[in-house]
Design a protein around this ligand. Structure first.
Ligand code: SAJ
Length: 425
């Protein structure tokens, strides 16, 4: 079986490599010549646990090759980005470009799968576009009777850092334009997925994916709202959540400096856009999570401005713990705001970075290692719960002023507020 994967990013490349490992001959297609050359040389352009070894192996065996051209295949997997614009309107032009690129080579019997997280109705738009470009083919949804090709939506739901494990072990929700399409796609996924493969309609599968990430966003917003309320009421929010979670039917998530990443902070807008009049809760949750970052920036600025002589260390830039991904990270937003205002006073500790991101250009802020920060800084602002920070013993931070946005150090002395804004006793 020949498979063409369109888009060699965080999802496309691991997916292409896994399919290649299962025995299919895979062509990975990307618009970037650099990405194509990197993959063809057996290397990777993204950081993901164990991905480099896997790609090296399948490229060496000749089962994965990369190209800027769409090769004919039996199965086409679209795994391109679906961003949103300034007004939070979904932008599916990469998906439609991919459909346009594969349309000339698709033939009777082929399967087209959309994996990109997409607004409800996108798979139908892909089908309509292929039907328009290929009047010689009977396309599902656009013809009566049995169609010549199969089209389905099978959203990825893997967690960065665990992508190769979750691609295999997670259950997959497979939405066909028709039930026949779903069954055909299921046969394909069964080759490399150990989790359950459950079929449904394309529209339902699109909504399932958006709902999963919106569910998480709403629940994080609940925790972030509690943190701001608790701060005002002089209560330790992490203790409140820990105790509330002892109830058998309560499971509150953790507050933080906001929600980052390319999924949870984006996908809820696709749902809101799909039904604006009926998505008040989801929209408000997004607003609460965005407001939490602004709240942390304000509190941190106030703290630093009260200590003009102090050396300040911001701990962490990644959008979540133990990864090297700094895009859409609330930690970067907070630390860069401090760096812009206080310049040289601000020091950044990020064990996963070799240089500071562009947001820090010309600010005077400096990247330093954890030991130097602990030895020389008076204020610690915790922005990411990296394991490395969690393990700092009390004796190394007892004399610091700490603003802990992640609830990392419950033993830090001083008044307990929701943000553990402690002054050394
Ligand atoms: N966060 C909190 N408090 C929490 C949990 C998370 O503030 O209690 C923050 C994190 O710090 C981070 C953000 O939320 O800034 C998102 O992190 P995450 O670990 O919740 O999720 P992602 O973005 O890495 O991956 C999500 C996953 N979706 C769900 O868990 C429902 C993943 O399974 C999806 O495949 C992925 O989005 C995606 O690609 O859509």
């Amino acid at each position: 079986q020949k498979v063409t994967v369109l888009g060699l990013g965080y999802i496309g490349l691991p997916t292409a490599a896994l399919i290649a490992r299962s025995g299919c001959r895979v062509t990975g297609v990307d618009v970037s010549r650099h990405v194509v050359d990197t993959v063809n040389s057996g290397h990777v352009h993204i950081e993901e646990v164990d991905l480099d070894g896997l790609v090296q192996g399948v490229v060496a065996r000749g089962t994965l090759t990369a190209s800027t051209e769409v090769a004919p295949a039996d199965v086409f997997v679209i795994a391109v980005p679906t961003p949103h614009d300034e007004e939070h309107r979904p932008d599916i032009h990469h998906v439609l470009s991919a459909a346009r690129a594969l349309a000339p080579v698709v033939k009777a019997g082929d399967l087209v799968i959309l994996e990109s997280t997409s607004p409800v109705g996108t798979t139908e738009k892909v089908a309509a576009l292929i039907a328009e470009l290929r009047p010689d083919l009977k396309v599902p949804g656009a013809c009566s009777g049995a169609a010549d090709i199969f089209i389905a939506h099978c959203p990825e739901r893997v967690l960065p850092g665990r992508i190769l494990i979750e691609l295999v072990d997670n259950d997959r929700c497979i939405g066909g334009i028709t039930p026949r399409c779903a069954r055909r796609a299921m046969t394909f996924y069964r080759q490399f997925v150990r989790g359950a493969c459950i079929t449904t309609s394309a529209r339902a599968a699109e909504m399932v994916k958006l709902v999963e990430n919106s569910y998480r966003d709403v629940n994080i917003a609940f925790a972030n709202e509690l943190s701001m309320m608790a701060e005002e009421m002089g209560v330790d929010v992490w203790e409140v959540i820990r105790l509330a979670n002892r109830h058998p039917r309560v499971n509150i998530l953790q507050p933080g400096p906001g929600v980052g990443g390319h999924c949870i902070a984006v996908d809820p807008w696709f749902l809101v856009h799909g039904a604006p009049a009926h998505s008040r809760l989801i929209r408000t949750a997004r607003e609460v999570n965005l407001a939490k970052t602004a709240h942390v920036v304000g509190a941190a600025e106030m703290l630093v401005s009260q200590h003009p002589e102090a050396r300040v260390a911001c701990l962490g830039l990644a959008f979540k713990p133990n990864i090297d991904d700094f895009r859409e990270s609330p930690a970067v937003e907070v630390a860069a705001a401090l760096a812009r205002r206080f310049g040289k006073q601000i020091h950044i500790v990020e064990p996963f970075a070799r240089t500071l991101p562009a947001a820090f250009a010309d600010t005077g802020a400096e990247l330093i290692d954890l030991d130097s920060a602990l030895a020389s800084c008076d204020i610690l602002i915790v922005l990411v719960d990296h394991d490395l920070f969690r393990s700092i013993p009390l004796e190394e931070r007892a004399d610091k002023i700490v603003y802990d946005t992640r609830g990392l150090w419950p033993d830090q002395p001083g008044a307990a507020t929701s943000h553990r804004l402690h002054r050394a006793a």
